[in-house]
Design a protein around this ligand. Structure first.
Ligand code: URA
Ligand code: CA
Length: 433
């Protein structure tokens, strides 16, 4: 087989066989296919797309390019949740203990990464002592015992994707549905999920700006998952404004605790019930979503979900007492309200502007080497649709630096206020199965 012939075949819109796709991924990973040929191939896929069968084969070839996590020693159906990313998305912190409280095993492999705030691991590290440097054996035994544990990303998970993603980044081929879908799904499958619930975000703060684009990506990922024997479904949810109130690491831990107590922001709580009930059904613990939702509400009301969160934090070295005393979380030196300049209704909060404001404060990493300040961030006091009077706080800013001019400017740039009443956007647009 020659790579040049396979590039030509895809360029001309023909379907590649499993053997051909395996050849490409294997030889690209080991260095026998050079970057320039793989770049041409990625561009051919960008224009010609892939069939569902090709997408599934491409995904599995990437899964098999590196380590696969064996979770078979964990009892029960392992359901993973993946979000395509947004601003202040606290759902994982809530969902992990929430569904674990219903005996759904949550074996989470997570990363740090770049972004407006840290990744799930950074957020959890806001709890004194918490760490994810545990062995695979400890990880599995913790999930069996407490139903939830988090481990750092294995070094050699989907190396083909890592290499290809780097190449796509510099060849204008990131924004291709088959390439994005196979990239995301390969990582979930290699991490050992039996079933997958996808939260595909749409809006200004998301990768997919319109509902149509989000739906196309969701269908592509659901198609791959189901074709390779992993029960997969997707929810398309709003990211035109940030989710919940908190954007920042310690602030989001506090928000997760509030939500697990039944006192969290309504949008975050609702999305957790929607995603959580799909996870519970896929795990075989309930037969309908209504039943699953009731079960989730019950473990919030009776305190079991919060108790599981506390046990989980302590089991990985964290100070579980933060659940009862959140003031033990890292605290910022300066706390300042940013007031509205006029009366009216909030008509827009551009999520990525708010995310950038949080990053400037130090809540996220601008480069791989940046240090995160776990204490800083923003609390939204007004969300889209709410009435506001001049002088009332739009946002509370938590900082460790006195000079916050650039942050304040970003916050004002993010908020729009109108005289006429405004309807809030829907939280969930669609479900794809
Ligand atoms: N996230 C991924 O993991 N891969 C992509 O290709 C795009 C976003
Ligand atoms: Ca939030």
């Amino acid at each position: 087989m020659r790579m040049v012939d396979l590039i030509e075949k895809k360029r001309d819109g023909k379907e590649l066989s499993k053997e051909e796709i395996d050849f490409i991924i294997k030889n690209y990973t080991n260095g026998d296919i050079p970057d320039y040929q793989m770049s041409a191939f990625a561009m051919a896929v960008f224009f010609q797309d892939m069939t569902t069968v090709e997408r599934a084969n491409f995904t599995m070839a990437m899964v098999e390019s590196g380590d696969q996590i064996d979770l078979s020693a964990i009892e029960g159906i392992k359901v993973d949740k993946h979000s395509t990313g947004g601003v202040g998305d606290t759902t994982t912190l809530v969902l992990a203990p929430l569904v674990a409280a219903l005996d759904v095993p949550v074996a989470k492999m997570s990363g740090r990464g770049l972004g407006h705030t840290g990744g799930t691991i950074d957020k959890l590290e806001a709890v004194e002592g918490f760490h994810v440097e545990i062995t695979n054996e400890e990880f599995i035994s913790l999930v069996n015992k407490n139903k939830v544990a988090v481990i750092g990303q294995s070094g050699n998970l989907t190396p083909a994707d890592k290499k290809l993603y780097g190449l796509r980044d510099v060849t204008a081929t990131v924004n291709s549905i088959p390439l994005i879908a196979s990239s995301i799904m390969s990582k979930k499958i290699a991490a050992g999920a039996d079933a997958i619930v996808l939260d595909v975000k749409t809006g200004a703060g998301a990768f997919m700006k319109t509902v149509e684009e989000a739906e196309e990506l969701a269908k592509a990922m659901v198609g791959i998952g189901n074709a390779v024997g992993r029960n997969t479904m997707a929810v398309i949810s709003d990211m035109s404004q940030p989710l919940g109130f908190a954007i920042g690491n310690a602030l989001e831990i506090k928000e997760a605790i509030d939500t697990l107590k039944g006192q969290g922001p309504k949008d975050l709580e609702e999305l957790c019930y929607v995603l959580g009930s799909h996870m519970v059904v896929l795990a075989g613990k309930a037969s309908t979503h209504e039943e699953a939702r009731q079960m989730l509400q019950e473990v919030i009301q009776n305190g079991k979900a919060l108790e599981v969160f506390k046990t989980f934090l302590s089991a990985q070295g964290g100070d579980g007492s933060v659940v009862d005393s959140p003031e033990k979380l890292p605290q910022a030196k300066f706390v300042k309200d940013i007031p509205a300049k006029e009366d009216g209704y909030v008509s827009e909060i551009v999520a990525n502007e708010i995310g950038t404001a949080a990053m400037i404060l130090g809540a996220g990493r601008a480069t791989k080497e940046s240090e995160i300040d776990l204490a800083v961030g923003l609390m939204l006091r007004k969300k889209v649709g709410e009435q506001v009077s001049a002088g009332e706080a739009l946002v509370t800013m938590y900082s460790n630096n006195e000079d916050t001019q650039a942050v304040v400017e970003k916050i004002y740039a993010a908020y729009s206020i109108r005289k006429e009443p405004v309807t809030a956007p829907p939280l969930v647009y669609k479900e794809i199965k």
